[in-house]
Design a protein around this ligand. Structure first.
Ligand code: GAP
Length: 462
């Protein structure tokens, strides 16, 4: 099925409690969104899937959770104060401001040009100024005095907390090269291009890992290092396909041109997804060399190096950084999962076909109808299931409508308790329930005593 349009996803995300426009009662706020009850479950599951493959299933990667607001020198050492800029242009007529590179990509709608072929203001056709560099970091102030010395920054990436803790982690965890440090956390950027839902927001979660390795013998010919870069590009691409369940034909790799490389990178490859508006970045895998460790070592006066017992010398490790966007991956899981197809009666149903590990609700327990006789057993089944999986109990409206609602939020399995379960007219019940599968809509009857095993078989280790 072709990917749905963005409006369909934005509307479903709001209607079903995934993502809401932020502060909607005040008219919203550009590039800010709130995550609802199902959105946070979906986010937690994606984060958990990432942590599982990057940390839990490996013995060479450990985790970290560094402070968000920290010594501002970190952002001087990292180069962000000087270099984390984007080119902005102003309209000379309406004074609106645009990102020059986003204008060229058509992010503000149709590209309009004047008679000389120059791009003009998408709002009123006015002439645009020459691009000026604009730092994307948010500034804040720490402490009781609001002067220059109190300036601190909200982090625009999670990576720097990892670099400045390199020595602490290596020493305390007795790590030997190569090893990685992983972190998932919120980052902030003063994004001025509106639209495109949670693709580009002021605050967003990132899932980043810095993989430290021995420096190459020849800086100008780092063959092994480039091989390691390639290795992580493949690992990460396979994660999106095999763990998140993204169709390979909607993923591609794109190497950055020299002129678009970040200030720290010797080479970056993006994993891109085919969004409804075209290809867009999902993750960047950067070859950061020893840029960050060397730079922090020089500025702080505390060298961030590693004692290599093989060669008996201190070396500054080189780094490969797979940097993924959690919020962006969440948008992609919604786009990928969205399906419209006929239900049992041939009527159109909307189904979010999440993989079980990603689905926010794994099991819904549904008594056939709202009924005093069914309720105690249905609640017993719910109590059995919910310590093990994220579950919902629902007894309102017809069973058909409740199946539709669960389909629309992507619940892989519904468990129905009916009169055969509890018995009718003095007859004993069979103490069995029906499991209904979301995708096939197939129904199978299992005894309550075997329900947990039957669910586990279908849900795997999710
Ligand atoms: N530490 C490297 C780094 O931050 P990046 O390519 O700027 O690299 C990594 O960001 C990922 O973070 C991107 O691929 C994207 O998924 C996500 N990301 C970046 N800016 C974002 C924004 N404003 N809103 C949502 N996600 C964003």
């Amino acid at each position: 099925m072709p990917a749905p349009d963005l409006e369909t996803i934005v509307s479903l995300a709001k209607r079903r409690g995934f993502v809401f426009p932020s502060a909607e009662i005040y008219g919203g706020f550009a590039n800010a969104y709130d995550y609802g009850p199902l959105g946070i479950e979906l986010k937690r599951n994606i984060r958990e899937a990432w942590w599982r493959s990057m940390v839990r299933e490996r013995d060479d990667v450990v985790g970290l959770d560094a402070a968000l607001i920290t010594n501002p020198q970190v952002w001087v050492g990292s180069g962000h104060v000087a270099n984390f800029t984007d080119p902005l242009v102003d309209c000379k007529k309406c004074q609106r401001r645009f990102r020059a590179d986003h204008l060229e990509e058509g992010a503000y709608g149709e590209i309009i040009r004047d008679a000389n072929g120059n791009i003009v203001c998408p709002n009123d056709g006015g002439e645009l100024t020459e691009p000026r560099q604009f730092n994307m970091m948010f500034r804040t102030q720490v402490g009781p005095v609001a002067d220059e010395s109190a300036i601190a920054y909200l982090p625009p990436e999670t990576a720097q907390g990892i670099f400045v803790n390199f020595d602490n982690v290596a020493q305390s965890m007795r790590k030997k090269l190569p090893f990685g440090i992983a972190q998932t956390r919120v980052s902030f950027r003063n994004e001025i291009t509106p639209g495109r839902f949670i693709f580009r927001t002021l605050e967003f979660e990132q899932m980043e890992m810095e993989y430290f390795c021995r420096p190459p013998k020849d800086r100008n010919n780092p063959a092994e290092y480039l091989e390691l870069h390639r290795h992580w590009i493949n690992e990460r691409l396979n994660w999106y396909i095999n763990v998140v369940g993204i169709a390979p034909e909607r993923l591609r790799l794109r190497d950055h041109d020299k002129d678009e490389l970040s200030h720290y990178s010797a080479g970056t490859t993006d994993i891109e997804y085919l969004f409804p508006w075209g290809w867009g970045e999902l993750e960047g895998i950067a070859a950061r060399t020893d840029f960050d460790l060397s730079s922090h070592g020089a500025l702080s006066g505390k060298p961030l190096s590693y004692f290599d017992e093989e060669t008996n010398e201190h070396v500054v490790p080189w780094v490969i950084e797979p940097a993924a966007g959690l919020s962006r991956t969440l948008a992609v899981t919604l786009l990928e999962a969205y399906t419209e197809e006929p239900d049992e009666k041939g009527e159109n149903r909307v189904v979010l076909k999440f993989r079980p590990n990603i689905a926010p609700i794994k099991v819904a327990v549904l008594p056939l109808s709202k009924n005093e006789v069914l309720r105690p057993t249905a609640r017993r089944v719910y109590d059995l299931v919910r310590p093990l999986w994220m579950a919902q109990y629902d007894e309102t409206q017809s069973i058909g409508r409740r199946y539709r609602r669960q389909d629309e939020i992507g619940t892989p399995l519904c468990v129905t308790v009916d009169f055969q379960t509890v018995g009718e007219k003095g007859e004993a019940g069979d103490d069995a329930v029906t499991i209904r599968e979301r995708d096939s809509q197939a129904q199978v009857r299992v005894p309550i005593s075997g329900l947990v095993a039957a669910l586990r078989e279908r849900l795997g280790s999710s």
